[in-house]
Design a protein around this ligand. Structure first.
Ligand code: SAM
Length: 270
């Protein structure tokens, strides 16, 4: 059983990845990292019992939250009254169109800033969903499993460099910020956590011309990690193309940097 804020349910729901943050020092560090400025439109994914929500509201005055657990909606509404203007979207975040959400923003640059201590069982789908709306997002500050943050930020040659690293780094600058131990949450997760900042790149910065083709190439290359590019990419890119991209056909995917995958995916297919 987890201790709850007054007015909130006592039991954390495991299937919704609920681990409520209670460490004030960690909460302050997240608010400082986000550092909201007047006019920013902040959107929090999974406010839970409001550990980050209320400090952000106190600082910023207005916030939109997306929460799937219906039992949290009424207590969040009630508790928010003492803090600021809270807009609650009661939905599965994967069904939320961030581009549409950013469009009804007034008085900002039309982009939202995403924040969230994410449900770990959904971290990858949420990250890929956000990438689809990268143009509508100014930046993201997420708490994730530390192991996932390590994979997101990994460099070529690292044991944990893989599809997630390439896909995220092609579209965002990924900056790991700080580690968070299990004891900062109730109930504590079984793993270490970390907070990461992601800043979507300007369109054209990495130069991916066809995102569907890029995804296909990266997936194929890492689908067979231990194979050489020549073998892993059979049916996707031939040896001549791999060489035309400036890559060695006998190299493995984990040795290829993001720019190399972009060059390869941008080549015309025969
Ligand atoms: N932000 C709170 C905190 O830091 O204490 C709660 C974080 S908890 C790890 C994850 C939150 O995401 C929970 O409130 C959970 O109900 C919510 N959640 C889980 N799946 C969701 C989904 N598909 N869409 C929106 N929220 C979801």
């Amino acid at each position: 059983m987890s201790e709850a804020r007054p007015g909130f349910q006592r039991e954390a729901k495991k299937h919704l990845g609920q681990h409520f943050l209670h460490e004030k020092g960690v909460i302050n560090k997240i608010v400082q990292a986000v550092d909201p400025k007047p006019g920013d439109r902040l959107v929090e994914i999974g406010p839970g019992q409001g550990a980050i929500t209320f400090p952000l509201l106190d600082r910023h005055g207005a916030l939109t939250v997306i929460e799937f657990d219906r039992d949290l909606i009424a207590p969040l509404t009630e508790a928010a009254q003492a803090h600021g203007r809270l807009t609650i979207v009661h939905r599965d975040v994967l069904q939320v169109d961030f581009t549409a959400l950013a469009k009804d923003v007034e008085g900002t640059d039309g982009q939202i800033r995403l924040v969230g201590n994410l449900p770990y069982n959904l971290s990858s789908p949420i990250l890929f969903h956000a990438l689809e709306h990268a143009g509508a997002i100014r930046d993201m500050h997420f708490m994730l499993q530390k192991e996932v943050v390590d994979r997101m930020a990994a460099e070529p040659g690292s044991k944990v460099y893989g599809r997630l690293s390439v896909m995220l780094q092609a579209y965002c600058r990924v900056v790991p910020l700080f580690k968070v131990p299990p004891g900062a949450f109730r109930p504590p997760p079984k793993v270490d956590s970390a907070v990461v900042r992601m800043v979507p790149r300007a369109p054209g910065e990495m130069g991916v011309q066809d995102p569907v083709r890029f995804t296909h190439v990266v997936r194929a290359a890492f689908g067979q990690r231990r194979k050489t590019l020549r073998n892993a990419l059979q049916g996707v890119a031939d040896t001549a193309m791999i060489e035309a991209a400036g890559l060695r056909p006998d190299a493995r995917a984990e040795q290829i940097d993001v720019a190399g995958f972009v060059r390869l995916a941008n080549l015309p297919t025969p």
